[in-house]
Design a protein around this ligand. Sequence first.
Ligand code: ADP
Ligand code: MG
Length: 238
Amino acid sequence: MNLKPFKKNGQWLLCDEQLTEDIETAWFDQTHWLNQGRLLGANSGRGSAWVIKSEWGKWVLRHYFRGGLYAKVSQDSYLWTGLNQCRAFAEFHLLNKLASLSLPAPRPVAARVIKKGLYYRNDLIMTHVPHEQTWAQSLADGTTESSTWADIGSTIARFHRNGVYHSDLNAHNILLNGEEVTLIDFDKCSIKSPNINWQKQNIERLRRSVEKITGQSCQDQLSQPWQQLLDAWSSERS
Ligand SMILES: Nc1ncnc2c1ncn2[C@@H]1O[C@H](COP(=O)(O)OP(=O)(O)O)[C@@H](O)[C@H]1O
Ligand SMILES: [Mg+2]
């Protein structure tokens, strides 16, 4: 894949080599797809993930919005510290690395950065992962099968074996399609040297998310399925 950023209409772009001839800066604005009848819907509480039916297949367009208190100051501007440090470019590079490791995650399609003074705004396009539901939906419905807990544990173990640290591992970022488990939302994630401490932090964050969604405890009502996840994770982690 050609990973050289280039400029078009004053904006920085990075894309799959096969798309270099076709890419338009308009691709990163959802109205462009809406006007062509190619916008299939929004997929996020914050309204930041759009599903698109492109000529090349189904894509997800994500605009980076700030969370937390700072969002009141600026919704989507980040301090510029260099092109490759921009969130969308960093996530693009990471997704590309995950693809080369054959890990179940979306494939990167294109990224854009608009620099303005000391700040920038940015967007990412990735492939859409076909899925029946997020794990969060399945947990809320109480329909997660016992084998799925183990499948999730093994999938996280595959990422951990390869040093992939997920900064926001929660049930909303785990997509289920039968036995297939895919992780998404790799903003601020990175490859580190495998270490039990940060790997456990990922699992702890996931446990809190499961408990929040179900209103049940992983040490009490959910102890059996949670243990299945942990067993699969620890036996395949290294
Ligand atoms: N590549 C993808 N394929 C399919 N669905 C996706 C993909 N990326 C995001 N989604 C859907 O959009 C939702 C929000 O996306 P996410 O990247 O987690 O953004 P955020 O958590 O910042 O809102 C996900 O929970 C999922 O339902
Ligand atoms: Mg998410």
